[in-house]
Design a protein around this ligand. Structure first.
Ligand code: NDP
Length: 327
């Protein structure tokens, strides 16, 4: 058996945490030969609920689960962490403006960024799921200048997976036969799901679906899927968000398949007209625990226009957190 890998998860008593922790402990994230230590961070009020989750983790008797620790102290949670999954975030309360949400979460993610820099292992890789995920990742990265920028990421894999599922349903081709989907931009309603480079059972997707379907059905369905799930379920998507977080980290740690890529939000170096320093979703390939941006793709005019809107939103969020002194 290999030495355990230490995984820090924040917001472990929440809806996503309840799905995520069990999948990690089962070996779905880092593979069936890799033991894990879980370090779960929660706010004090959520500690009693988290103790119940820990009881269930023990009761599942996962062979790969080397240990579980809980804490309300970020510097304890991130001590020696190899992966930090930042799931916990302050939800938007009644009467709360977007700026209030950015301020509340900014304080959380800046403190966590500092604690990660001080305590984490030098292999640390950070994945932000808690919303607004892209900007929270930017704040955490700004608070941890000694950690290489490419170690910070935010989740757009759920949007990527939703896009594959929609294309699969439309074409009748299994998800396993769909490659090279892309989601660009922000994890928000301005996100840009892009089928123009996708390959469906070996054929270009653009030969199989109409542009009108992409514009009028595909893009709005993927971008508004979260709201549709809230309406149907009476609660936000949690199992699929946890599953996408697992997929994101597994691709990053274990690699993307030959001939395919995935979508990850990472700090831009100016590629595809995304200003340097914004955290935006891009197509990436992963190997040996590192991601590489897929460069040189030609952007469809619709995609370009949508991406410009998403970039404007990211830049605006960046300005707001800069005004709050968080960057
Ligand atoms: P969830 O577990 O449902 O969601 C957690 C975060 O993930 C939210 O910001 C949520 O955004 C986001 N998210 C990203 N993608 C999705 C998606 N596709 N569907 C749904 N959510 C998505 O929230 P809970 O309120 O159940 O749990 C949050 C937990 O975090 C609480 O237990 C709280 O105590 C904890 N927390 C811990 C902190 C810490 O450890 N320091 C700090 C703050 C909170 P959105 O709100 O937009 O749905």
């Amino acid at each position: 058996m290999r030495a355990p890998v230490t995984i820090a998860v924040t917001g472990g008593a929440g809806q996503i945490g309840y799905q995520l922790l069990f999948r990690i402990a089962a070996g779905d994230m880092l593979g069936p030969g890799q033991p894990v230590r879980l370090r779960i961070l929660e706010v004090e009020q959520a500690m009693p609920a988290l103790e119940g989750v820990v009881m269930e983790l023990h009761d599942a008797a996962f062979p790969l689960l080397a240990s579980v620790d809980t804490t309300a102290d970020a510097s304890v949670a991130f001590e020696g962490a190899d992966h930090a999954l930042l799931v916990g975030a302050r939800p938007r309360g009644p009467g709360m403006e977007r700026g209030d949400l950015l301020a509340a979460n900014g304080a959380i993610f800046a403190a966590q960024g500092r604690a990660i820099q001080e305590r984490a292992s030098d292999r640390i890789r950070i994945t932000v799921t808690g919303n607004p995920a892209n900007t929270n990742a930017l704040i955490a990265a700004a608070a941890a200048p000694d950690i290489p920028r490419e170690r910070f990421s935010a989740l757009t894999r759920l949007d990527h997976n939703r896009a594959i599922a929609q294309l699969s349903a439309k074409t009748g081709v299994a998800v396993a036969d769909i490659r090279r989907m892309i989601v660009w931009g922000n994890h928000s309603a301005t996100q840009v799901p892009d089928v123009t480079h996708a390959v469906v059972a070996g054929r270009p997707a653009v030969e199989l679906v109409e542009r009108s379907w992409v514009r009028e059905a595909f893009v709005p369905t993927v971008a508004n899927r979260g709201a549709a799930i809230i309406e149907a379920r009476g609660a936000s998507s949690a199992a699929s968000a946890a599953s996408a977080t697992i997929d994101h980290v597994r691709s990053w740690a274990l690699g993307t398949p030959e001939g395919d890529w995935t979508s990850m939000s990472v700090l831009s170096s100016g590629e595809y007209g995304v200003p340097e320093g914004l955290v935006s979703s891009f197509p990436v390939t992963c190997a040996d625990g590192e991601w590489s941006l897929v460069e040189g793709l030609e952007l469809d005019p619709d995609v370009r226009a949508q991406l410009d809107r998403s970039i404007a939103e990211l830049a605006d969020e960046g300005e707001q957190v800069r005004a709050l002194g968080l960057l």
